[in-house]
Structure formats: C-alpha cells, structure tokens
Design a protein around this ligand. Structure first.
Ligand code: ATP
Ligand code: MG
Ligand code: FE
Length: 332
C-alpha cells in the first residue's frame, strides 16, 4: 500500500509517503515563530500548521513522485500533543480520506517515535528496550511487538528535552536549546562541573532537582563574575549534557539488566544528542549489547515515523472511522 502520513502534534508540520514500508519522502516544516517566546506557543503553532499543511503534503507527493490518486490510506497523529496543533493534522487527514474515499489510520505519536526504528534495514528484534526522550516525554519502553509496548520507567516531573531547553533558557540561549547545548558541549570539558544525580528508586527519572541546581549554580557564579556564563559556556553545556546523559543511561542499563534485554534503542528528539548517542554506544560496547540509534531526521518530530506505524496498522487492517477526534493525552 501507498500511505500518506501526517504529523502535527507540536511545532513541526510534517508529511511523508511510504510504499510497502519503504519511505519515499519525509517533508518537515519547522516553525521558527516560537524562538522569540522561549517555548512553543500553542495558539501560534496551530495557525502555522494551518498554513503549512497543504504545501507540506504537496511537497511530500512531489518528492515521492506519487500522484494523490495513488494513495491507499491516510495515517495521522491522533495524540498525544497540543490539541490545537493535532486538530489541524487530524482534520486534514479526515478531509483527504473523505474526498478520496480512503481508510484512515490513527497513530500514537510516542509509539511512532519507537517505530521509527522499523524504517530501513537495521531493525531491533522484539522484545527490545527503547529510551524515548523528547520535549514532553522521558520513557523506558519495553517493546514486545509493534503495538504492544509497556512503559517500565518514566519521569516524575520534567522531560529530558525540557531539562535541555530550560537549562539553555537559564544560559540565555534561544528555544529550542537542546541542539545548541549539543553544539557547545562538543567544545567543552564535560568534567568541568559536577551536577547532582537524583536518587530516584526503580526505573523512574526526575529532572526538576537538576534544573534547580543549575539555576543556583549559574546565579551564584554570575554574582561573583557577571561574565561567568559567557566565559564558560562550552564547559557548562558539556557538563550539563554529560549529567543528563548519565542519568538516562544509568537507568537504561538497570532496565536492560532487570529485563535481560540486549537490543537497546533510542528515540525522540533528545536522541539527536551527540553525548547521549556516544554514551549508548559505549554502554552497549561494554555490555555486549546492540545499540539502535535512529537517523537524525527520524529523531525529532517527523511524519515518516507516522507512516511506518501506519503501514504496520494497515497490514493488520486496523482502521478508524471519520468520527475520530484528537487526544491531547493518549496512553499506549
Ligand atoms: P513529544 O514527542 O514528547 O510530544 P516533542 O514532539 O516536542 O515532544 P521532539 O520533537 O521529539 O519532542 O523533541 C524535541 C526536543 O528534543 C526538544 O526538547 C529539543 O531541545 C531536543 N533536542 C533536539 N535536538 C537535540 C540535541 N541535539 N541535543 C539535545 N536535545 C535535543
Ligand atoms: Mg518540535
Ligand atoms: Fe515527538
């Protein structure tokens, strides 16, 4: 089947086409309007989705060299995400399917982040563990089958991406700060400053304490030296990145030992982070496990992951009716 997939859960408008599970195109329109606000402004995000959705789909068709009459099904992100953003993608998907008399496939955005690993040839084997780290989520997922996933650990407060973005805000960097922290961290000494590792039992995470300790650290040092951040930006970013990565990887290692699993995957926007990618590779090399790290374009929000999830639902005949509505919260 040829599947058109739509993603609009946050601030990326994305459309992708896949044919029999092979990705033919993946168009991502980023929204820059939020940079000035230090975070995504939901009302602005939905308006920009409204402007971008049709051009994104047209570009996806063009890149894939597929005619819109050759589409067999429409897959879309139903949730979780910003309701106003989701509404645009869901409404477009429903309208397209209605006009062309096509089946609709609903996709859970967090499952899709995990299923991005089934694009291409290097696929993990079930059951595997996936650390899904993004702007809104931090989860260790036990993946038993395509749509049989269990969250065995998660954050009790902030997400890992939020920790990146809030730290960058404290440092005076624009939103989203994760990629900038990554950039400066490459030039710094990761052992320059020691931030605390939270003591949370089991497989859960917490990042709010780290955020507070970074805030106080910057405040106290800036009181002594107003140029502290400017003079030490690389070392600060490297040290923060290292702490966030070790918090994540220590729990992931614990989970893999507890569940006796050797295939370990990363997913979500923060899996674009260089320190985390290198850290997982080092951990897996040490333990003799297999590391699965998505291509960069499949880390942050994209419709290709919605397309591959949609493809596997299509094979099961798992369709949804025209009365479907988006869900801001959508557990597995
Ligand atoms: P969710 O998937 O939970 O609904 P989201 O869709 O907003 O949230 P993604 O687009 O998957 O999240 O990820 C965005 C997050 O990834 C942001 O917090 C961003 O700072 C972070 N991020 C992106 N690239 C990097 C990087 N290289 N290093 C660190 N963080 C990064
Ligand atoms: Mg985003
Ligand atoms: Fe996401």
């Amino acid at each position: 089947p040829v599947i058109l997939a739509i993603e609009s859960s946050c601030d990326e408008t994305s459309a992708a086409i896949c044919a029999d599970g092979v990705m033919l195109s993946n168009v991502i329109a980023n929204q820059t309007i939020h940079e000035a606000y230090g975070g995504v402004v939901p009302e602005l995000a939905s308006r920009v989705h409204q402007q971008n959705i049709v051009p994104a789909v047209q570009q996806a068709l063009l890149n894939a060299k597929v005619n819109k009459n050759d589409i067999d099904a429409v897959a879309f992100t139903r949730g979780p995400g910003l309701l106003g953003s989701l509404l645009v993608g869901v409404s477009f998907a429903k309208a397209f399917a209605l006009a062309k008399n096509l089946p609709l496939i609903e996709v859970n955005h967090m499952q899709a982040h995990v299923l991005a690993h089934f694009i291409g040839d290097n696929k993990p084997r079930f059951p595997f563990l996936c650390l899904t780290v993004s702007g809104g989520h931090t989860q260790i997922v036990l993946v038993k089958d395509y749509f049989d996933m269990e969250v065995i650990g998660q954050t009790l407060d902030d997400a890992a991406g939020e920790a990146m973005d809030k730290t960058s805000k404290i440092l005076g960097l624009p939103y989203p700060g994760g990629p900038l922290i990554d950039k400066y961290a490459r030039l710094g000494n990761a052992d320059a400053y020691k931030f605390p590792e939270p003591q949370i039992p089991g497989l859960d995470f917490s990042f709010s304490g780290l955020k507070t300790s970074i805030l106080y650290f910057i405040r106290d040092n800036t009181a002594r030296n107003p140029d502290f951040v400017q003079e030490n930006l690389n070392d600060i970013c490297a040290s923060v990145e290292k702490r966030i990565a070790t918090i994540l990887l220590n729990k992931l290692e614990k989970a893999a030992l507890e569940y006796n699993i050797q295939d370990i995957a990363l997913a979500g926007g923060v899996s674009a982070n260089t320190g985390l990618r290198l850290g997982l590779q080092a951990l897996c090399a040490k333990r003799g496990w297999n590391a699965f790290i998505p291509k960069m374009e499949y880390c942050t929000d994209n419709a290709a992951m919605i397309a591959i999830a949609g493809y596997h639902k299509y094979l099961k005949g798992d369709f949804i009716g025209q009365d479907v509505a988006p869900l801001a919260r959508m557990p597995f």
